[in-house]
Unconditional design. Structure first.
Length: 367
């Protein structure tokens, strides 16, 4: 091997990086004390940026493309090194590749419930979780503020910090929005945009951006959800009579499926349904008291006709018939008829008139 071949092997003339991990944000090109050959080829692929750090000072930043490392392509390095225009000697420099693609399907969520004042429920707590994407917007700032001299910086090293920022801004935005808890599900898209814009200034200080932020779910504590489910069920019940019938039918269905305790279950279910209906009818939180039941119609007073000597007289009220009994003009064997009666009958055989004769004393003995 000649001296020229030896020197050529000592210098790096092709610089590139391909990521196979899918979570590496920054990777330092390992040169193993080899100097970079003047005029070497630098390949920066789409979704990458290359940052040169010379003697601890950030120098040139290269966007996607193929570069020949010469003085006209490295203006800051040329100034730092005081290179002449015709300089062609090897040089030493650290090269950091920065992944500028989006890192997706990252999770965020509230560890503890967030306290807020809801316009409908009052003071309450809620939890939320979702996903977001992040990308490096400014490689130089990101390298300076976050990475430092880390030779292989991954997403896991900063995801916890980003989650804390998202949760903090979510708490502030959700409290200031004034949106009722029951309406938040319909406004998750707008809330996500508000939170993303709220954390954008902080992300810019890190050289990062949040292109997407999604709220998958906003939930209430179990006790509040149970109360809300009961309220919804009562609202769906609608008519109290139908609700009672439905409860009784459900109880009987359960009894049919459970022969051992069917009778008790059916009675208990029906009783609970009727008790619930009665309680709601008295003016519960979801229904007012119904109107009082109308009194039954007054009884119909019968009037009577009397047949005597081939003539029919009347009609006579029961009171008039009583006076006739007292006067002796109406006896037990007198033929009477009223509407609804099947033919003429003796007055003593008609139950309603028989009592008129019982109050009369019997004839004296010996008569």
């Amino acid at each position: 091997m000649g001296i020229f071949d030896f020197l050529t092997g000592e210098f790096i003339d092709v610089i590139h990086w391909t990521d196979k991990t899918r979570d590496t944000m920054v990777w330092r090109f390992e040169r193993e004390e080899h100097e970079i050959k003047y005029g070497a080829k630098l390949t920066v692929r789409e979704g990458q940026a290359a940052v040169f750090v010379h003697e601890g000072q950030l120098a040139d930043v290269f966007t996607p493309g193929l570069y020949m490392l010469e003085t006209n392509n490295m203006p800051i390095m040329t100034t730092l090194q005081h290179w002449d225009h015709g300089f062609q000697s090897p040089f030493k420099s650290e090269i950091y590749y920065v992944n500028t693609t989006r890192f997706s399907d990252l999770k965020w969520g509230t560890k503890n419930p967030i306290m807020l004042r809801d316009p409908e429920f009052g003071p309450t707590r809620l939890r939320a979780f979702g996903t977001y994407t992040v990308k490096v917007a400014d490689p130089a700032v990101f390298l300076r503020e976050i990475v430092g001299t880390d030779g292989e910086f991954t997403m896991d090293e900063i995801s916890y910090q980003i989650r804390n920022i998202i949760v903090q801004e979510f708490s502030r935005v959700i409290a200031q929005s004034g949106i009722p808890v029951l309406d938040m599900a319909a406004n998750t898209a707008d809330l996500g945009k508000l939170i993303a814009s709220a954390i954008d200034p902080t992300m810019k200080q890190y050289g990062l951006s949040i292109p997407e932020l999604y709220i998958e779910n906003i939930s209430l504590p179990p006790a509040v959800e149970d109360a809300l489910d009961k309220r919804t069920s009562m609202g769906l019940a609608g008519d109290l009579g139908k609700f009672t019938q439905y409860s009784a039918a459900e109880a009987m269905t359960s009894a049919a499926n459970n022969p051992a305790g069917g009778g008790m279950a059916a009675g208990l279910g029906a009783g609970m349904g009727m008790a619930m209906a009665g309680q709601m009818a008295q003016g519960g939180p979801w229904g007012g008291a119904p109107a009082a039941a109308a009194p039954p119609p007054p009884p119909v007073e019968h009037v009577w006709h009397i047949a005597s000597g081939g003539e029919v007289t009347g009609p006579f009220s029961k009171a008039a018939m009583g006076r006739m009994v007292t006067e002796g003009t109406l006896g037990r064997d007198s033929m009477v008829w009223t509407q609804g009666q099947d033919g003429w009958m003796e007055a003593g055989e008609v139950m309603e008139l028989a009592q008129l004769f019982t109050i009369m004393p019997p004839p004296p003995p010996g008569t």
